[in-house]
Design a protein around this ligand. Structure first.
Ligand SMILES: [Zn+2]
Length: 442
């Protein structure tokens, strides 16, 4: 039986307490919360003592670590933004450069295109791996094989980090690279007989669409498609469930939180997250004020227990709600809503109507030939035009796609003209790992 996320997090807490010499008979919610409070306070002190960025940020607003006595004081701490990360070199680093196990440099996929650098120590990577294994145990049993379809450049990427984590926790991993051909991915599956596929939602959907007619995917023995790195529209989920004859579950995470963060709750439309290593808040993106429970706003993350580069109140620019426990699934963890809207991906039409790519996902993926899409906005003097490039597996009537898109409320309200250009299979493959945006063209 797969384990719940709560069981896994409480187990991580028990291990941490044992390392400190305490022998907890059982970790319950109260013990877990107390440990988390302590971890948070220690993280704040560590960040202030060792990171130039946080020392300056605290000093600038007259704050000392002693003013932070618990998570209730979190909102006193100034935010950390993507711009802060992009402008920094070693200002966030809390350990010597020689003790960095893994530096990660990446570009945010948004309009800003900021280059950000994160540092992880060996202990950080171990802790990240512990959580990744806990997350995977929510869908897989010990002894099962998981095929990992993630970027894995030179065998040093997140694919390998996850694969090692699973091997260390009695699961088997087959790490394949996302850029291998769809036929090769299926070959790996036939050879290694994984029961779970874990990987980028767009990549797995592309492989599915490329292979569904050549192979009966429902006979490969995969019982869960565990999708990450993207919003999964209901239509995409239904198509995958039908074609593979298996469950589809989703994951939400970001590099800044150590890749892994949250796994889908079996009982509701949302996620439970790694409360052992992260504290989540939701704020009003305009004012920065914390929002009441259940209201949609910007997710803000504080990583706790990190050695090399803790992040305090990091503004993710992802929009979702946060609800406190308990949940309908029976666990006592908080829940995060699905992240459909990313601030970086929002485009404004001239009359103020907001549009962003996931608004169109359900409509487009309800056409069975559609594999992927890209959107541009052209603000012409006589009105806005949204240009959809839609990759398909074969003949798709672009007029039907256009009519379906034109009927959407956001298009009616924004008085936008729709143009659809269909592209042959493979046309958008090179950009499929980028998060979707609406690019403005002139
Ligand atoms: Zn739940």
């Amino acid at each position: 039986m797969p384990a719940t996320l709560q069981d896994g997090l409480f187990r991580l807490c028990a291990c941490a307490l044992q390392k400190e010499g305490a022998i907890p008979s059982m970790v319950d919610k109260k013990t877990f919360e107390a440990f988390r409070e302590r971890r948070f306070i220690e993280t704040v002190r560590h960040a202030y003592a060792k990171s130039r960025f946080y020392r300056t940020a605290f000093d600038r607003c007259g704050l000392t670590p002693q003013d932070i006595r618990g998570i209730k004081d979190l909102s006193k701490i100034p935010f950390t933004t993507a711009q802060d990360l992009a402008g920094a070199n070693y200002e966030f680093l809390c350990i010597s450069q020689g003790n960095v196990e893994k530096p990660v440099t990446y570009f945010s996929s948004g309009t800003t295109g900021l280059q950000k650098r994160l540092y992880f120590s060996q202990a950080d990577i171990r802790e990240i791996q512990n959580f990744l294994a806990v997350g995977m145990r929510t869908v897989a049993d010990p002894g099962e094989t998981i095929q990992i379809l993630l970027p894995n450049s030179s065998g040093r990427g997140i694919g390998t980090i996850l694969g090692t984590a699973l091997q260390q926790n009695s699961m088997h991993a087959v790490v394949t690279d996302v850029f291998e051909s769809s036929a090769r991915q299926i070959e790996y599956t036939r050879r290694h007989k994984p029961s779970v596929w874990f990987g980028d939602a767009g990549v797995i959907y592309r492989i599915t669409k490329e292979m569904e007619h050549a192979t009966d995917l429902s006979r490969l023995g995969v019982r869960v498609l565990f999708l990450t790195m993207g919003y999964v529209a209901d239509a995409m989920r239904t198509n995958l469930e039908t074609i593979w004859g298996c469950r589809v579950l989703t994951h939400y995470g970001l590099t800044e939180t150590g890749w892994g963060l949250a796994v889908e709750c079996p009982a509701m439309h949302g996620y439970h997250y790694n409360e052992f290593g992260v504290i989540t808040e939701v704020i009003d993106p305009e004012t920065g004020e914390p929002l009441p429970e259940g209201m949609e706003g910007e997710l803000v993350f504080t990583t706790i227990g990190r050695e090399a580069m803790p992040l305090l109140r990091y503004r993710s620019r992802d929009i979702a709600w946060l609800r406190s426990a308990p949940c309908a699934c029976g666990c006592t963890l908080d829940a995060i809503g699905p992240v459909a809207k990313r601030q970086e991906a929002v485009a404004l039409l001239p009359n103020g109507t907001e549009v962003y790519p996931t608004m169109f996902a359900d409509t487009l993926y309800s056409f069975e030939n559609v594999v992927d899409y890209d959107i541009c906005l052209h603000k012409k003097p006589d009105g806005p035009v949204l240009i959809f490039q839609v990759e398909t597996t074969g003949e798709t009537n672009s007029a039907m796609l256009r009519d379906a898109l034109e009927a959407l409320p956001c298009i009616q309200q924004g008085k936008a003209e729709i143009q659809v250009e269909t592209l042959p299979l493979g046309a958008l493959k090179a950009t499929c790992l980028r998060k979707k945006l609406i690019r403005e063209v002139i």
